[in-house]
Write a new protein. Structure first.
Length: 131
């Protein structure tokens, strides 16, 4: 059983994914939130987002996960994220070293390669905004 099996039941997989990432021009999260409320894997989705995003601030979180806005997830992110924050730092440290590719980092840390991509992409956005 894969840790991603729950995604097969995700309601958002059946409609336009842009609803979960509105561009802010005349659109919001309303439609996506209504769909999330009826999603059978909302809890798994929220937990996955918390694990993946770790201790990121709300400005570095993107989209709606588990029916929660970025600022809502940031508000719950401080609970039990020590492990994930450390894992995130480990991923970033290994990526910065440049000795391993994403697949090797994923294997070394014990995560899926998508987690590595997501953590490093979020960090690039964070660094880009800080520059
Ligand atoms: S709860 Fe998560 S998996 Fe379900 S529709 Fe919302 S974003 Fe998709």
């Amino acid at each position: 059983m894969s840790r991603y099996d729950w995604m097969e039941d995700a309601r958002c997989a059946q409609v336009d994914p842009d609803l979960w990432h509105p561009d802010g021009i005349g659109s919001g999260y309303g439609s996506a939130r209504r769909i999330c409320q009826g999603c059978p894997v909302q809890q798994q989705c929220a937990e996955f987002a918390q694990q993946t995003e770790g201790d990121l601030s709300h400005s570095h979180r993107h989209g709606l996960w588990g029916g929660q806005l970025p600022r809502q997830r940031a508000g719950t992110g401080s609970q039990g994220t020590g492990f994930y924050a450390k894992r995130r730092q480990q991923i970033l440290r290994l990526a910065a070293n440049g000795d391993m590719d994403a697949y090797q980092i994923a294997q070394h840390v014990g995560v899926d390669v998508r987690t590595v991509w997501r953590v490093t992409a979020a960090n690039r956005k964070q660094m880009g905004k800080a520059a």
